[in-house]
Design a protein around this ligand. Structure first.
Ligand SMILES: *Cc1c(COP(=O)(O)O)cnc(C)c1O
Length: 495
């Protein structure tokens, strides 16, 4: 299996190169040259395996340059002993026909752990295969990705990781999660600026040829841990296959397939569901849920992708995004794997902040996807309603998906079995969730709110959140935007 670039039809590389390189040189994203398929017998066989077994089976189809031993090493390293009860993606039955796929039982309590626990293993194995030295991961984060990447790469041999976050742009809990990170190969710094400044600074370091040369002299190379890397996307296909296996095991009626609802930001998670569908998982509709930043809802409805609009800060911050990077892969596939067209549309997006798809491409998009959005008031009301009705507490991101799904059902009457992806523990966003269930208990103390939320709902906070209480921060570095490069080089001891 080779990987092609979404922007240049002449690029064709191995999985190991795609993962270790992260992004194609001309800026395109790597996509598999074909999508492997699984038969009914395969699914039946997989449904008898545990998550590790299922993950190895799926990954072996995409990463066929990895040996069985290598895949075993990677997958066990990622999923053995790192998730609650060794169940990375349990399927919770909310009611007849509606399931919640809980993707937040890992070390940082958000779904990014599913990919970022595995990526370090895939990346170091790939680097070894293609003869690269030490990998230095740089991350600019608005919260969840930074912590999940730190946790994944902490003390992984032959890697270093440096994370930058906006000094006043992350929640107190997220800040504490990052500042207390353990590991001898990690460094964390706040920057005086916002998330865009952090992102721009990191991109600048990536593309600085003098710095690149300096790293090379020292046997090092930069790489990226964000969701444009195929190594972050492929682990996410596994949990949709696994969810289907669990539905089979439950004896669920799947005539007509099942729907999947995904709270969406960068379009990585829902794209993984699309790949699972192409592999043979009988997914009917892919329902794309957005918050007030509803650029994707508009795109699915009209074919116009237009980022020239107001940006909202919402109660589901991990979905506050106006450029969904992974949509580029979907565009490429919608056009019949057309790199020239994709490059042209991405250029229009870069130049004018807008592009439009029409005709067959738009019809195809609309036959696959359904879009919907909701605001913060509806999000919080959904948290309260679902807790009242089912005694089930969901976080703000998941609530957006649940609300969009309810609206979809009333609009269409489509009551097929449905799986809603749940992307974070409610305790990661205690302030908003507490406000939804008992506003009188809101406080300025994060840990008090965790306690109150637990009392008000009778649920138990995840251990990694509880463990943060009283933890002493290891990192307290704050730098200016133009000092980021010095921070990196000083940490790597090559300056
Ligand atoms: C990152 C994130 C999302 C968005 O996922 P994408 O793959 O970027 O679409 C949704 N919810 C939570 C909690 C997240 O951390």
């Amino acid at each position: 299996m080779k990987y092609l670039s979404t922007r240049d039809a002449n690029v064709r590389v191995s999985a190991a190169t795609a993962i270790s390189q992260g992004i194609s040189e001309e800026g395109g994203l790597f996509v598999p040259e074909y999508i492997p398929s699984l038969t009914a017998d395969d699914f039946c066989r997989l449904s008898k395996l545990d998550y590790i077994g299922r993950a190895k089976a799926v990954l072996s189809l995409y990463l066929d340059d990895f040996s069985e031993e290598e895949l075993d090493y990677c997958v066990r390293g990622a999923y053995s002993g790192t998730f609650d009860e060794d169940l990375p993606a349990p399927l919770y039955k909310l009611k007849n026909g509606e399931y919640i796929l809980e993707l937040w039982h890992g070390p940082t309590c958000a779904f990014k752990d599913l990919a970022l626990q595995l990526l370090p293993f895939l990346l170091t194995t790939s680097a070894k295969k293609v003869g690269k030295g030490r990998t230095v991961i740089l991350v600019a984060t608005s919260g969840d990705t930074g912590k999940a990447a730190l946790e994944g790469f902490s003390d992984v041999p032959n890697t270093d990781i440096v994370v930058f976050y906006p000094n006043n742009g992350v929640s107190p809990m997220q800040k504490l999660q990052m500042d207390t990170q353990k590991g001898n190969n990690v460094f964390v710094s706040a920057i005086e600026g916002n998330f865009d400044d952090a992102q721009t600074g990191v991109k600048k370091i990536f593309t600085d040829s003098a710095v690149k040369a300096l790293l090379k002299e020292n046997g090092m190379e930069f790489s990226s841990a964000n969701s444009i890397n195929w190594g972050r996307l492929v682990p996410q296909i596994v949990y949709y296959v696994s969810a289907y296996c669990d539905l089979i095991k439950n004896g669920e009626n799947l005539d007509g397939g099942f729907n999947v609802v995904v709270p969406t930001g960068n379009f990585g998670n829902i794209l993984a569901a699309y790949y699972a569908k192409c592999m043979g998982v009988p997914i009917a509709k892919l329902i794309c849920a957005s918050n007030a930043n509803n650029i994707l809802t508009d795109f699915i409805k009209t074919g116009v992708y237009d980022r020239n609009r107001e940006f909202y800060t919402t109660a589901s911050p991990s979905m506050d995004i106006l450029i969904s990077s992974n949509l580029e892969r979907m565009i490429y596939h919608l056009g019949g794997n057309d790199a020239k067209m994709t490059a042209e549309l991405q250029k229009q997006l870069a130049d004018n902040g807008r592009y439009e798809i029409k005709g067959e491409m738009l019809e195809k998009l609309q036959s696959l996807y359904e879009g919907g959005c909701c605001d913060d008031a509806e999000t919080l009301k959904t948290i309260a309603d679902k807790f009242g009705e089912y005694n089930y507490l969901c976080d703000t991101h998941t609530a957006v998906a649940v609300k969009v799904y309810d609206e979809y059902v009333s609009r269409t009457g489509d009551n097929r079995t449905t799986v809603v992806a749940s992307t974070a523990s409610p305790y990661k966003f205690s302030a908003s969730v507490l406000k939804a269930v008992d506003e009188s208990k809101c406080s300025t103390d994060e840990f008090k709110m965790v306690e109150f939320l637990s009392e008000a709902t009778g649920t138990v906070p995840p251990a990694p959140i509880k463990a943060l209480k009283g933890a002493t921060p290891r990192f307290n570095n704050v730098c200016e935007k133009d000092e980021m490069i010095d921070v990196v080089l000083k940490f790597l001891k090559i300056k």
